[in-house]
Design a protein around this ligand. Structure first.
Ligand code: BJW
Length: 258
């Protein structure tokens, strides 16, 4: 069978499973936003970690060493995120939530699932829209809240300590409530739909593992066979912006058929 014939067959089978599922978890990563113009991390030529050393940018130690440098890097990235638009993959996932009960567990900080209309989104690695001071006492700050400080990084309007992006750096704990809810949902979902993640960053990478251990069907959408493709019942090879609209259109057709 040709690759496109195989994809069409697997896509129909995966859609049939999704259409009768009562609990679905979507587990997403940077790849789902690539077609919105946002870089992934581990692409060997274009990924952020191919160009920059994560230990110099995505650790608390790096921020303590050179806060201005790290802040400037994040402000550049957050500017790109602000300009980005959700792509057809994000839109398809928002539509899927109207067809089957679904929660999105994302490692992304870009907020594009929410901007596409998804309501139940768990952010495991924080958000580009929030900042907190280094004391940890003042959280949920927006850039508008920081407008009164002309330093870079700005200072907290409440305590005067410098602020940082509210994202999870290497060696840091993930937000407890978000991680607990993600693990709980993964452990009792019927279908785990992974999209655009290499599946190598822990503890988030336990989400598909827990689902599979609990007997869920695992579907993986990715242009490359990654860690999750190996454990998936169906590996739908291709970009999220192309595969997800086809998958969701088929789920919709099946749901309308009854
Ligand atoms: C497409 C596509 C298209 C392309 N369509 N798809 C166990 C074993 C080994 C190590 C560890 C372990 N447990 C913990 C660790 C250490 C570490 C870790 O996991 N390291 C591994 C890398 C080895 N984990 C941590 O440090 C975590 N913290 C922790 O464990 O704390 C312990 C602790 C407990 C209690 C108290 C204190 C401490 C924290 C991890 C934080 C990760 N942070 C980052 C940066 C966030 C902020 C920022 O954006 O700057 O999160 S790193 C980066 O990786 C980012 C992502 O969310 C995360 C995952 O990446 P993702 O999304 O999978 O992207 P890629 O690039 O890897 O993959 C993209 C995929 O898309 C590819 O598969 C492509 O093929 C595909 N694709 N085009 C669909 N069009």
């Amino acid at each position: 069978m040709s690759d496109s014939g195989r994809l069409a067959t697997d896509l129909r089978a995966a859609a049939a499973r999704l259409a009768r599922a009562r609990r679905v978890v979507v587990y997403s990563g940077a790849g789902v936003s690539k077609e919105s113009g946002i870089s992934t991390f581990r692409d060997p030529s274009e990924g952020l970690w191919a160009k920059y050393d994560p230990m110099e940018l995505a650790t608390a130690e790096a921020y303590a060493r050179d806060p201005a440098f790290v802040w400037a890097w994040y402000m550049d990235r957050f500017g790109l995120i602000e300009q980005a638009q959700p792509n057809p993959g994000h839109a398809a996932l928002a539509e899927l939530a109207d067809l089957v009960p679904l929660t999105i567990v994302t490692q992304n900080i870009d907020g594009l699932h929410q901007r596409a209309g998804s309501c139940d989104v768990i952010e495991l690695h924080g958000s580009a829209l929030r900042f907190k001071c280094l004391t940890g006492r003042h959280t949920g700050l927006s850039l508008a809240d920081l407008a009164g400080s002309d330093e870079a990084p700005p200072r907290c309007p409440h305590c005067g300590e410098i602020v940082r992006p509210d994202v999870v750096w290497f060696g840091e704990a993930l937000p407890t409530a978000a991680l607990e809810r993600a693990f709980e949902l993964a452990s009792r979902c019927e279908v785990l739909l992974a999209v655009g993640t290499s599946g190598v960053v822990y503890p988030a990478a336990m989400v598909p593992v827990l689902a599979q251990q609990a007997g869920a069907t695992v579907i993986d959408v990715n242009p490359e066979p990654d860690a999750i493709a190996n454990m998936a019942d169906w590996f739908l090879q291709g970009p999220g912006g192309e595969v997800l609209p086809r998958l969701v259109a088929e789920v919709k057709r099946l749901c309308e058929e009854g």
